[in-house]
Design a protein around this ligand. Structure first.
Ligand SMILES: [Mg+2]
Length: 261
């Protein structure tokens, strides 16, 4: 596989032929949800996987081991899933990993502690518009609805600094995600799934900052695709946008359909 520094646009002849020689029925196929299988919408409660994508991911799920690794909680993600994948991993990798049940309960306890502390801090008038989402193994603080998002963000950062134990923090658009120390990220999660599913090779597509944890692995046994080109991304390949995911899935299904069972 090409290991150049900038990702390559995937849907051209040469990159497609590299993909064709990489994937087969024994590959683990993993996808992010929001912005990858489903287009991003302004209200995260209103996402939907387009019918064309539903059709292709259903076909793929019948032919190979499929995993969905999302920042949402599993319960939340489940309501948007047209398939029951072999693995549905939530909380950016921290929820639903086989063998991690006990550690996951520790993460949940830590998150409740953080939530109690943050709710006390965010009960004043000046923090109106800041909301806490306890997602189980991780916690998200939203501030899209704050009157002054800059002030809200500064308040959040100072509150997060007071938390014990200190979380790993991942910033998103008007959101701060707090992850317990030691919780698996998406990269660790994918490696664990490959091991659990006894798969030597994996294919992964995602568009988030947290998906970089997979891209950064730069593992020759992981074919990585970023949805949307981004400078500095460590993904091997990229699509121009989420609307191209259906073409990619069609291509994968075509290639796998031609390989022997
Ligand atoms: Mg995403």
């Amino acid at each position: 596989m090409r290991m150049n520094e900038q990702s390559t646009y995937l849907l051209n002849e040469k990159p497609c032929s590299i993909m064709k020689s990489f994937i087969d029925r024994t590959t683990l196929f993993a996808f992010d949800l929001d912005g990858t299988l489903a287009p991003i919408v302004s209200n995260p409660g209103k996402i939907g996987i387009p019918d064309s994508v539903r059709k292709e991911i259903t076909i793929l799920n019948h032919q190979a081991v499929v995993a969905v690794i999302t920042g949402r909680s599993r319960l939340d993600a489940m309501q948007y899933m047209p398939i029951t994948p072999s693995y549905l991993i939530g909380n950016h990798g921290a929820e639903g990993l086989p063998g991690w049940e006990k550690r996951e309960r520790d993460f949940i306890r830590t998150v409740i502690k953080w939530q109690n502390h943050l709710e006390l801090i965010f009960s004043s008038k000046e923090t109106t518009g800041i909301s806490i989402e306890n997602k189980g193994a991780t916690l998200s603080i939203h501030y899209r609805k704050a009157d002054n998002v800059k002030t809200a963000h500064a308040l959040i950062l100072s509150a997060v600094n007071q938390l014990i134990p200190q979380p790993r923090r991942i910033s998103g658009k008007y959101i701060e995600n707090l992850i317990p120390d030691g919780a698996p990220d998406k990269g660790v999660a994918l490696m664990l799934l490959m091991h659990h599913a006894k798969r030597q090779k994996a294919f992964f597509a995602g568009d988030d900052e947290t998906d970089e944890d997979v891209f950064r692995l730069r593992d020759k046994n992981i074919f990585s695709v970023r949805v949307g080109r981004k400078n500095g991304s460590r993904a091997h390949f990229h699509l121009r946008g989420q609307n191209e995911i259906v073409r990619l899935l069609r291509g994968i299904n075509y290639i796998i359909g031609q390989t022997k069972k």
